[in-house]
Design a binder for this molecule. Structure first.
Ligand code: M6R
Length: 616
């Protein structure tokens, strides 16, 4: 969840590291820090709050060293204080360390180190790890110069339980970085006379597009001109160098006030990118390049199981609806965090899918590993090329929507919905869905980007509506069938970025309890498109109105609601069932965005959240 940047090269390390931390700030923003080696000592600047605070602090420290490490923190062990911010320096002053993850046995290690005379300034597990490296470094005094730090880190990690992505510096080897991972992503960037390590390519691409994705239980040594990688068990690794296919411009705000609104408006192109090359030549079904499972095998699948977290789980729930409707195969969705511990009875002939924008969510990764351990094939729908989930899955589908920086997922979500719709089509066409129905489905999907543009054009009206609802403390989101997950997503978006308490229900469930919340102080957002249960949803609206609840209704263009029923109406174009969830998501995103802005909230960096959740 935290952000990591390490640099060793010819230029000053601190400006590059701080620039990188700004790009990673969406990962965690309780505090930030940087350490460089200069004049034979560590110079460390760290500060609670945003990277902007660190930048001011760093200016006071005059950081000139050309090797350094930096970190943005999302607190796990210890409160949000300057002392708990990374980097940490060992009490003998030899080692500096940044760390993502959680060291589970840190208490026992700390007791051991206290007995050896090491002292601690913070409450963090990271400082314990740092001192353990210092302890092993001291013991490895006989190891030849260039391997000593590497061997000390290796020894240390053999004693550690938990997860980590770390970068260590040592005062005796001023141009060397040692980096290792287990459970937290790390990427090495190979530059000209400089090498970089970061938790996210966003911090690397301004210098190089040549990267190596470090695997779990691998450790690397970087100097300005060299790098080597081995496993913790000392087997040398022949690295695979990948080329990142996006540039730094893709990760900028492009004139928008926030990444979130930029990404909301990018959705038509994002959908086109997610669809590109995935429609069969005859225009009646979908095709995928990387499933690594033959059509024959696919045809033998009797059940699907989808695991994901947060927004991605909502995309899975819509996919469940579409697969069951169009392919008539049972689908189960589960919270990835629950799946692993529930010990769910599983059927043979089940195909697993995980969905994850980042591809680094630890709960989703754990679900993937658990399913594989049980002998199932697992495919991944994922946006970040080279992510851990992408590499560990047996195959999958990339979303291809470019970097999503806003903590609140938007374009990644609608592209997951589109991929879910393509999957339902692909499976449906293997079974009962006719050629004609397939053609109509494909044409509808092709039209989705334009329909989304149409809803986006209503942003000014939705902004006006949002202004009128920004002062409420509670809201209900109600939808049915494929729009129930969209109601869940609407409520999640609102909670995340505006801190308004919001809940979502299938509209008819509302009268089984939540209706007790209704008064003039609790508005409801109804997703009420044209369709066979439209009249039922209108009845639910009447029940709310009878209790003075304000109503925002999202309805199909041309719909006339009974006079006075809805206080505000947002129109969406009429569309195919496979496209409806995508189109209906847009008003949810815009409403929550404009409400949060009206409330003065920090939309791109909501409190307590991080873009990718890499701790359990
Ligand atoms: O990267 P992932 O898709 O695995 O992330 C899963 C959730 O953490 C994520 O969707 C979260 O709910 C978002 N902040 C939603 O906006």
């Amino acid at each position: 969840m935290c952000g990591i940047v390490g640099y060793t090269g010819k230029s000053k390390a601190a400006p590059f590291i701080i620039e990188g931390l700004k790009r990673l700030e969406y990962r965690g923003y309780d505090s930030a820090g940087v350490a460089v080696i200069q004049g034979g000592a560590f110079e460390v600047a760290k500060k609670t709050g945003r990277v902007a605070n660190l930048e001011k602090e760093a200016a006071r420290h005059k950081l000139t060293g050309t090797t350094g490490i930096g970190h943005t923190r999302w607190a796990t062990h210890g409160g949000v204080t300057d002392a708990n911010a990374h980097p940490h320096v060992s009490s003998d002053g030899k080692i500096a360390l940044i760390h993502n993850g959680v060291i589970e046995n840190y208490n026992a290690i700390k007791t051991f180190l206290l007995g050896k005379g090491y002292t601690f300034k913070s409450e963090t597990d990271t400082e314990v790890l740092c001192n353990l490296i210092a302890y092993h470094y001291e013991k490895e005094a006989t190891v030849a110069g260039e391997s000593r730090l590497l061997e000390s880190v290796r020894k240390t990690l053999h004693h550690v339980e938990g997860t980590y992505g770390i970068v260590a510096l040592c005062i005796d080897s001023p141009d060397e970085l040692i980096t290792a991972r287990r459970g937290s992503p790390l990427i090495i960037g190979l530059g000209q006379g400089e090498n970089i390590v970061a938790s996210d390519v966003a911090a690397i691409v301004s210098r190089t597009q040549n990267v190596i994705y470090l695997n779990d239980r691998e450790i690397a040594r970087l100097t300005p001109g060299e790098f080597s990688i081995s496993t913790l068990d000392e087997t040398d690794i022949v690295p695979v160098i990948d080329k990142v296919d996006w540039s730094i411009d893709d990760a900028d705000k492009g004139g928008h006030e926030h990444y979130m609104i930029k990404e909301i408006f990018e959705q038509p192109e994002a959908l086109e990118n997610a669809m590109r090359g995935r429609i069969s030549e005859d225009g009646s079904t979908a095709q995928f390049g990387g499933l690594n499972i033959s059509p024959g095998e696919f045809r033998g699948i009797e059940r699907f199981m989808f695991c994901a977290c947060g927004t991605a789980l909502h995309a899975c729930m819509v996919t469940e609806h579409l697969i069951e409707t169009f392919a008539r195969i049972p689908v189960e969705c589960d919270h990835a965090s629950e799946f692993r511990y529930r010990n769910t009875p599983l059927f043979r002939d089940t195909l697993f899918f995980v969905m994850s924008q980042s591809g680094e969510t630890i709960d989703t990764l754990a679900a993937l590993r658990e399913a594989k351990r049980k002998g199932y094939k697992v495919l991944a729908v994922n946006n970040v090329v080279g992510s851990t989930i992408a590499r560990e899955a047996d195959g999958g589908i990339y979303q291809h929507v470019g970097p999503e920086v806003g903590v609140a997922s938007t374009k990644a979500f609608t592209s997951q919905l589109l991929i879910g719709a393509l999957l339902a089509l692909y499976i449906g066409r293997m079974r009962d869905l006719s050629f004609g129905a397939g053609m109509r489905y494909v044409n509808a999907l092709k039209g989705a980007p334009d329909l989304v543009r149409k809803v986006l054009n209503q942003a000014p009206q939705i902004k006006e509506i949002a202004r009128r609802y920004a002062h409420y403390s509670d809201m209900l989101f109600l939808g049915r069938l494929s729009l129930y997950p969209i109601a869940l997503e609407g409520a999640l978006k609102l909670k995340e970025i505006s801190y308004i308490h919001a809940e979502a229900y299938p509209a008819a469930e509302m009268k089984h309890g939540p209706i007790a919340l209704i008064s003039e102080k609790c508005p409801s957002v109804f997703l009420a498109p044209k369709g066979e249960i439209f009249n039922k949803i209108v009845s639910s609206m009447q029940e709310i109105k009878a209790r003075k609840g304000p109503i925002i209704a999202v309805v199909t263009e041309g719909t006339e609601l009974p006079a006075g029923l809805a206080d505000d109406v947002i129109f969406i174009p009429e569309c195919h069932d496979a496209v409806l969830p995508i189109v209906a998501s847009i008003p949810m995103q815009l409403l929550s965005y404009y409400i949060a802005v009206e409330r003065g909230c920090d939309v791109d960096k909501p409190r307590n959240l991080a873009k990718s959740v890499t701790v359990e």
